[in-house]
Design a protein around this ligand. Structure first.
Ligand code: FES
Length: 319
């Protein structure tokens, strides 16, 4: 069994399961959320020893060089000494809270320091200050370690005063429950580093954007930027909104205003069971004019709808 040294103490870790599981079994305060390599809230640093390359594959070269890795993706193969990184977090205040559908809430957040971000990018939000110093032997199991979540920024940098995120209610996610039930205007929240690709920059001449139920946030800033960009007349976007129930449609006034404003933007709503079939037909035989598919949804939705697609694909996964 590999030996893991953390905060001056040494622990035995399993060589068959993720390091995060072993550390949490010792009730250590390791921040985590998705446990699937997406949110980066379990980012740690190997100060001595090597971690498997697969635990670093979504990190920048600079971070890899410095020994950072994701604890949820790391099945240790040797003894290592690890630490929690110092995180760049910006304090923010919740300035708005709107229920968009019965299961989707929008939070507006004013960061203490304004910062720039691009359409399609996300930040990790932290419910409270969760990275406390580690006291050996203390039991952190009831702490706030899971109250972090990556969220796509639904606002447009340079246009909107606040950051806006949309959070789906999920019974199994503590952050989601906290965001829906415990937040109020004036409350503090911490904002992590911006990450993710600038999908606006990657738009091709003809784009098909497919959005799963409740996943409009990552594409809203792209649509707004496209409609405001007078130099983008050669770029066209067809937006296909899949919704299980029409009650789940939101921001429709904004979307239709954008469609009226821009001849380059069209929209198709695929609602209910019939809509699912419509979407399958669209994906089986996408019009040859499309050069690129941008798809936002959960992993299963993305996998299902990209298997046979022959064009360039940009994914905006939800954890
Ligand atoms: S908990 Fe490891 S990346 Fe999300």
């Amino acid at each position: 069994m590999p030996l893991i040294t953390f905060a001056g103490h040494t622990y035995q870790a399993s060589s068959e399961k993720p390091l995060l599981d072993s550390l949490l079994a010792y009730r250590l305060p390791i921040p985590h959320s998705c446990q699937s390599g997406f949110c980066h809230s379990c980012l740690m640093k190997a100060d001595k020893g090597q971690v498997p390359a697969c635990s670093q594959k979504s990190l920048s070269n600079e971070k890899i060089r410095q020994g950072y890795f994701l604890a949820c993706q790391c099945v240790p193969e040797q003894d290592i000494e690890i630490s929690l990184p110092v995180r760049n977090k910006i304090p923010g205040i919740i300035t708005g809270k709107t229920l968009l559908t019965s299961t989707l809430v929008a939070l507006d957040i004013a960061p203490r320091h304004p910062f720039h971000y691009e359409p399609g990018q996300l930040v990790t939000l932290w419910a409270e200050e969760t990275l406390r110093s580690v006291e050996p032997g203390a039991d952190y199991s009831e702490g706030l370690n899971e109250l972090a979540r990556p969220c796509y920024l639904a606002s447009l940098s340079g246009q909107d005063a606040s950051l806006t995120v949309h959070i789906q209610r999920r019974a199994s996610r503590k952050f989601s429950q906290w965001a829906h039930d415990c937040t109020q205007i004036g409350q503090k929240i911490s904002i992590g580093d911006v990450r993710g690709a600038n999908i606006y920059q990657q738009l091709s001449s003809s784009n098909l954007i497919v959005v799963q139920d409740g996943c409009l946030a990552p594409v809203l800033p792209l649509l707004r930027k496209l409609c405001a960009d007078t130099t983008a007349s050669e770029k066209s976007v067809t937006l296909v909104l899949q919704v299980d129930h029409t009650d789940n449609l939101y921001e429709q006034a904004l979307i239709h205003r954008l469609v009226r404003q821009s001849p380059n933007l069209s929209i198709q709503v695929c609602g209910g069971l019939q809509g699912k079939k419509q979407l399958e037909t669209i994906m089986m035989e996408p019009k040859p004019v499309y050069r690129q598919l941008i798809i936002a949804g959960d992993q299963g939705f993305i996998k299902k709808h990209t298997q046979q697609v022959q064009m360039d694909i940009q994914t905006l996964p939800y954890s």
